[in-house]
Design a protein. Sequence first.
Length: 63
Amino acid sequence: MKTTGIILIVFGAIALLGSLIGGSNPIGGLFFLFLGIFLVQRAKQKKEDAEKKRKWENIDDNH
């Protein structure tokens, strides 16, 4: 998900820049930019949750 998010951020930024230079509607570029940011944030959150779960399971194993 993180890789896809980064690709969408780059694609969205390029599309946004192109639409602003060309004078057209920037909605498509903004959509892909925000979708990419969302996917990167979600991947980061899932990684943090997995780390918390792993730490919690290790605490239970030690007692």
